[in-house]
Design a protein around this ligand. Structure first.
Ligand SMILES: Cc1ncc(C[n+]2csc(CCOP(=O)(O)OP(=O)(O)O)c2C)c(N)n1
Length: 293
């Protein structure tokens, strides 16, 4: 099991204080810088491992950064605090983005990121709760993280605990039927403390979602399942901060976040072949240059 990085924890707390206290421009500057740092780490990790899911990682980065940089009530020094907010990355194949966000938030040392997917590294291709602090449950098989998140939110309600639960889903992932059982269950139990964010990049493995199995009208589907629905630009930290506020209706909240797969690297953006293609050395260089602007 990896352990907390004390210096990283201090940086995390200072950043959280600045995000809470500064004006909107200051907030956006903080979160924007963190997103750039996470994206650069992701590119380096995938280059080191020669494996990974770069398109989905870059797509989900701003959502993860907004959660850990400005929303989740978590403390890297106490990753098992019973009243911590729960976060589950249901699209677990994007582990690299989650690990980078956790490391930049002090849950473990940044130096560990260079071991991504190496033999015996705790940073496996899919997140493991027994190896990585900040990981609530193992994910990777699509459609499994959301039902666990519903369980966490139901447990909070039954036990009268104050924590909130957040889950991030891929849009292709929504083609797994277990998600819709979870959505029905959350609405049935009025789990207002639960927020599901859909990374709506319109691509899945090998094709566009609408060619594979149509999801639209997606917001209407969530609403018809009894959820409060909020649509946002999933790369706009300000919009994400607003959309991640607690439910105002007593119903669970679905945030449909419009995103671009591969966001931030022009030759990867919105291209189906970059689901898990690995950039060559020149492409890594070009990606890091784009991400330093
Ligand atoms: C049950 C299951 N089937 C297949 C896979 C293989 N797989 C990994 S990622 C992926 C596509 C996921 O698409 P999406 O949820 O849209 O993620 P994103 O495009 O954001 O990476 C598939 C089919 C899996 N992980 N789990």
């Amino acid at each position: 099991m990896l352990t907390t990085d004390p210096a990283g924890t201090v940086r995390f707390r200072e950043r959280r204080r600045r995000v809470a206290e500064e004006d909107l421009a200051g907030r956006l500057r903080e979160l924007g810088q963190l997103s750039t740092d996470v994206r650069r780490s992701v590119v380096r990790m995938i280059d080191g491992a020669q494996l990974g899911h770069i398109g989905g990682d870059l797509s989900v980065t701003d959502i993860l950064v907004t959660l850990f940089g400005g929303v989740l009530a978590v403390d890297p020094e106490k990753p098992r605090d019973p009243d911590r907010d729960r976060f589950i990355l249901s699209k677990g194949h994007c582990a690299a983005a989650l690990y980078a966000t956790l490391a930049h938030s002090g849950f473990f040392p940044l130096s560990e990121l260079s071991t991504f997917m190496a033999p015996l590294s705790p940073l496996n291709g899919h997140p493991n709760r027994r190896k990585v602090p900040g990981v609530e449950t193992n994910t990777g098989p699509l459609g499994h993280g959301f039902p666990v998140a519903v369980g966490c939110a139901l447990a909070a309600k039954v036990a009268g605990r104050p924590y909130r639960t957040f889950v991030v889903l891929g849009d292709g992932e929504l083609q797994e039927g277990s998600n819709w059982e979870a959505a029905m269950t959350a609405a049935h139990y009025d789990l207002a403390s639960l927020t599901a964010v859909v990374d709506r990049n319109r691509l899945q493995q090998g094709a566009r979602t609408e060619e594979t199995k149509r999801l639209e009208p997606l917001a209407d589907k969530w609403a018809s399942f009894g959820w409060e629905v909020r649509g946002v630009d999933g790369h706009d930290h300000g919009e994400l901060l607003s959309a991640l506020r607690p439910s105002t209706t007593g119903r669970p909240v679905a945030v449909v976040a419009d995103t671009v797969k591969g966001k931030g690297v022009s030759f990867i953006e919105d291209r189906v072949e970059w689901h898990h293609k690995v950039p060559n050395a020149a492409q890594v260089q070009a990606a890091l240059e784009e991400l330093s602007r």
